[in-house]
Ligand binder design. Structure first.
Ligand code: NAP
Length: 255
């Protein structure tokens, strides 16, 4: 195979994907396995379909059934993955939640819950994952799932926009400190994708049509659209890419 295509291979790597039971995380986990990685799936719910897809590819998989926002979740995830698959090289921080309400009615619970899962848990797991890489003098890759609301404000999603905008800053800040250590930190900003996260939007015919009309590619995205980006950012092909947030948005931000 041509050398450049070899640089996208993940053979022998161990990846962790949070929020891998469904949606974008499920497709990204399968993409990493298709590229050759063994993949640990982190979620509270059922991961059996994703596990089956990975094992059918001849790769190993394990599940860590945990709430990423819980105390000590980062330590428990890393210990479980190391015991079952070996030390991890790739971390995809993808677990995320959204709460929709008008600003004037937005509750502190909806603020705290979203910030805890979308931001604090990413900081904690990334910090512990990077510490483990540094301890064994290994290179590594951290990939965060950002959003169009890392760049824009959105409507009725104040804690989500705050968390995802902060995630862009966290990505850059971590990249600055970890690049000298051989660890790449980047993010992917999905556009409007057909998952449970956007079920409410897609159920509203007016919002669904308004969003669709604004997407230059002329369609909503799917988990499959994330596959190339995540393999690129997880692989040696992106070794000189640090601190960027890559939109996979059908051209939304270009418009
Ligand atoms: P989704 O279909 O709702 O899936 C969310 C995933 O995160 C599930 O696997 C869920 O698993 C997991 N999760 C949620 N809270 C968790 C927690 N506390 N602990 C562990 N796992 C948790 O959403 P999605 O659209 O695939 O979203 C994935 C990521 O992409 C999120 O960060 C989201 O903000 C981002 N994103 C999505 C879109 C979009 O249009 N869909 C656009 C931009 C960004 P369990 O419920 O089994 O725990």
């Amino acid at each position: 195979m041509a050398a450049v295509l070899d640089s996208f291979r993940l053979t022998g790597r161990v990846a962790i994907v949070t929020g891998a039971s469904r949606g974008l995380g499920a497709d990204m986990a399968i993409a990493l396995a298709e590229a050759g990685a063994d993949v640990a799936l982190v979620a509270r719910g059922d991961t059996s379909a994703v596990t089956q897809a990975i094992t059918q590819l001849g790769r190993r998989s394990c599940t860590v059934a945990i709430d990423v926002g819980a105390a000590q979740a980062a330590e428990k995830i890393l210990a479980a993955v190391t015991a079952q698959l070996g030390a991890a090289d790739i971390l995809v921080n993808n677990a995320g939640i959204i709460r929709r309400a008008a600003l004037l009615e937005f509750s502190e619970t909806d603020w705290d819950d979203v910030m805890n899962v979308n931001l604090r848990a990413v900081f904690r797991l990334s910090q512990r994952f990077a510490a483990a890489l540094v301890a064994r003098k290994a290179p590594g890759k951290i990939i965060n799932t950002a959003s169009l609301l890392s760049f824009q404000g959105g409507i009725r999603v104040v804690s989500y926009a705050a968390s995802k905008s902060a995630l862009g800053g966290l990505t850059r800040a971590m990249a600055n400190e970890l690049a000298p250590l051989g660890i790449n930190v980047n993010a992917i900003a999905p556009g409007y994708m057909e998952t449970d996260n956007t079920a409410q939007l897609r159920a509203d015919p007016a919002r669904h049509r308004a969003i669709l009309e604004r997407i230059p590619a002329g369609r909503w995205g799917t988990g499959a659209d994330m596959k190339g980006a995540v393999v690129f950012l997880a692989s040696p092909a992106s070794d000189y890419v640090h601190g960027t947030t890559l939109p996979v948005d059908g051209g939304w931000l270009a418009r």
